[in-house]
Design a protein around this ligand. Sequence first.
Ligand code: UN1
Length: 493
Amino acid sequence: MAAPVYLNIINGREVASRTGQTFENRNPADKSDLIGLFQNSGAEDVRCAVAAATEAFRSWRNVPAPRRAEVLYRAAQTLVARKEELACDMTREMGKVLEETRGDVQEAIDMALFMAGEGRRLYGQTTPSELPDKFCMTVRMPVGVCALITPWNFPMAIPSWKILPALVCGNTVVIKPATDTPLSCWNFVRLLNEAGLPPGVLNLVTGSGARVGEPLMADPAVRLVSFTGSTEVGRRISQACAPGFKHCNLEMGGKNVILILDDANLDLAVDGCVWGGFGTTGQRCTAASRVVVQEDVYRLFLDRFTDRAEALRVGNGLDPAVQMGPLINEKQLHTVEEYVRIGQAEGARLVCGGRRLAEGAGWFYAPTIFADVDPAMRIAQEEIFGPVVSVIPCQSLEHAIEIGNGVNYGLSASIYTRDINAAFHAMREMYTGIFYVNAPTIGAEVHLPFGGTKETGNGHRESGLAALDQFSEWKSVYVDYSNRLQRAQIDKD
Ligand code: UN1
């Protein structure tokens, strides 16, 4: 059977790329499984999509926000009804196990409901004036056409973090999903259009960063670029946005850490490290790629963690018995292989994994643990984005915090301890955007801000109410009903 061909979605219609070219979307667990052909678009397609979004913005910005929100509610209902089918599509294109892709769709449902609720809030402030008979308030304005560039590891959740607050705030959107996982975003965009978005409000153009991403962020009609991906690409996007002073929201790398103190519930900590380190095959920005363990429990922890990692069943995520899927593609597999070589050359002790699995069928790699890692080693400093965890010994809480903060990233950190003083102390001292106590570094919920410090981001947060600040501009409004000239700062008496 011929593979289905998926078109771009522009101005409410499905249209082929002007380039006439397509690219393949294949299953990373089974390379013979061709999921579909997607448009290998170019600058002309981007121009059409931006033109449609620009035109649609003229009326969408003035649709009352509660009406905009109704579309999100309807989309949430469809997502609930089609959750299983959408999760299966996602596992097939991305590889992570069905339980996790169901969670990914659920995250889009959660965000749709949360942002739909915001349609009836979008609160500003009312505040007294310093002058008599004068009224002050703030209102939110949409920014305009938003260019959204999303990664492959959360193929529906992350698009939902960007699309839904953008829409409820009254912006229009052109989204470019990752070329490894275009189907989940395509499903989501189509479903939102079918839920009643006016044509042109939400457009999707598939293709590479060079051919689609570059012209999209360079287009003068685009006022905001929101990107999740590598720090290296984020830096380039930031530079591209600077000359036009575009809003530029970046969510980038992480080198997240779990701190385990001597008094921790060790079974709980091991559970957390397995889920945080090997969930999504370690391909999360929030993955627990470093575990810092206090000396007294170091050996015991390492033994238990290694046993559990070795027992993980790796395979095709559609099989319910499988616990860990493949890496996303060959390039990622090579990156992981390269870091394992680097770790060994640096003198870290490989205690399990360190090898490719089931050669030929998919991009499978064994859960891998390095022990006795020095915090300065590259495997403990650089984001690997694979199932590789570095275990680092430490002497004290202060030492653990110092190691934890000793990287260029600041996304997520966690501590396992029964000592509430230690937990609060670490919470204050860890310079990360997300912090967990007695839970791993993953598991963010949509109604809290998501993002990080240092090279993880550029000062913004996604999700939560913080997302509204990304996708709107404040307008401060002063209404003087005194019928005379009143001068702020000057007329004091
Ligand atoms: C990511 O780490 O790439 O916090 C996103 C979590 C998910 C989102 C993670 N809700 O685990």
